[in-house]
Design a protein around this ligand. Structure first.
Ligand code: DAH
Length: 361
């Protein structure tokens, strides 16, 4: 091999040795073996040589080319292995590290109360239904026997949504209660129906006892014979189980809701002796929910024949009964997302509420 080819090989191999990253290695490969590379340039000179010289130089060049290519490949493999090792080192996870105590999550009292409600009514044979937070006027009002111009609409402080033109769309509301799920259920299911519908609700209202978003649970039972006695029994069973007190006194006060007839508000007995609130027998009453027999107009609007079917419904504020059971004084704190509050009032996430295991951890 001529001295000049020997020098070329030695130079290129030395360069390969010095390369420390893959990009530079690729650049070097192109500058040696690429179309305009140094070895390729030598190849191009072969045409002008005599057959003897061409054969000799051609063979020598092929050797140079093969050894440079081999060196490039070997370097590439070793750089790739280095890169992988560096990545594995950097991404190493120490599986033996203990969990940091402050990472222990807590269930929000609303979630806990929600789970307790579902566990109790689930045991009684109710299934859980869901409906959209953005409702139409029909399901939130009209089908619930609240026609346009009905004064009950004013009581709801409704949030209306805007249409695409930016104007208020009177057809589209954030649901003001979970009662529209009654309608959606009756539209889609044949009686007998026995459901609860926990969910978020919205009203433009804010003070100690009202927040713009809050949670309710709706109950609905429809069959041929469900009557007010069944409603009383069902609610009695619920409050005893939920407050974990036997025979809580219940008081049904006549009231008015457009979607029920007759309607009642329900109070539970309590005592406030010594400034401490205790649920159960006592001299005082606390309102906890609204209920009644489903109005025939509501059945009709949902495609159910009131001559054949009847039933009862109830609606309850989830935060309200959470406050009563867990002694939480201010409704607004539920939505402050204050970790100190959550650590104090929250629940252990793996102690799920169930009737067989007990509701509260
Ligand atoms: N939807 C009522 C409200 O928000 C609560 C309610 C009362 C629901 C009576 C009912 C019922 O199902 O029968 O304020």
């Amino acid at each position: 091999m001529s001295d000049s080819l020997e020098t070329l090989r030695a130079e290129l191999l030395a360069e390969v040795d010095q390369i420390s990253d893959l990009k530079a290695l690729e650049d070097l490969r192109v500058s040696a073996l690429g179309k305009k590379g140094r070895i390729t340039a030598e190849m191009k000179t072969l045409g002008g040589l005599s057959p003897e010289e061409r054969k000799e130089k051609g063979q020598a060049l092929n050797q140079v080319k093969a050894s440079v290519a081999e060196a490039l490949n070997a370097r590439k493999e070793s750089l790739e292995a280095d890169a992988l090792n560096a990545q594995l080192e950097a991404e190493r996870v120490d599986v033996s590290l203990p969990v940091r105590p402050e990472e222990m999550g807590r269930l929000h009292p609303i979630s806990q109360t929600w789970d307790e409600i579902v566990a109790i009514f689930g045991e009684m044979g109710f299934t859980v239904m869901d409906g959209p937070d953005i409702e139409d006027d029909f399901h939130n009002f009209t089908a619930l026997n609240i026609p346009p111009e009905h004064p009950a609409r004013q009581m709801h402080d409704t949030f209306y949504l805007c249409g695409e033109d930016g104007e208020v769309d009177m057809e589209s509301v954030l649901r003001t209660h979970t009662s529209p799920v009654q309608i959606r259920t009756m539209e889609n299911q044949e009686p007998p129906i026995r459901i609860i519908a926990p969910g978020r609700t919205y009203r433009s209202d804010s003070d100690m006892t009202h927040t713009p978003m809050f949670s309710q649970v709706e109950g609905l039972v429809i069959d041929k014979k469900a009557n007010f006695g069944h409603l009383k029994g069902c609610l009695q069973e619920f409050v005893n189980a939920y407050f974990e007190v036997d025979d809580i006194p219940l008081q049904f006060r006549p009231s008015f809701f457009p979607f029920t007839e007759p309607s009642a508000e329900v109070d539970i007995g309590c005592s406030r002796k010594g400034g401490e609130l205790k649920i159960g027998a006592g001299e005082d009453w606390l309102e906890i929910l609204g209920c009644g027999m489903v109005h025939p107009n509501v059945l009709r609007a949902s495609g159910i024949d009131p001559e054949e079917y009847q039933g009862f419904a109830f609606g309850m504020g989830i935060e309200r009964i959470a406050m009563l059971k867990y002694g939480i004084p201010d409704l607004r704190t539920f939505f402050d997302a204050d970790l100190r509050w959550l650590r104090h009032y929250g629940f252990l996430p793996l102690e799920a509420a169930s009737m067989t295991r007990g509701l509260t951890p």
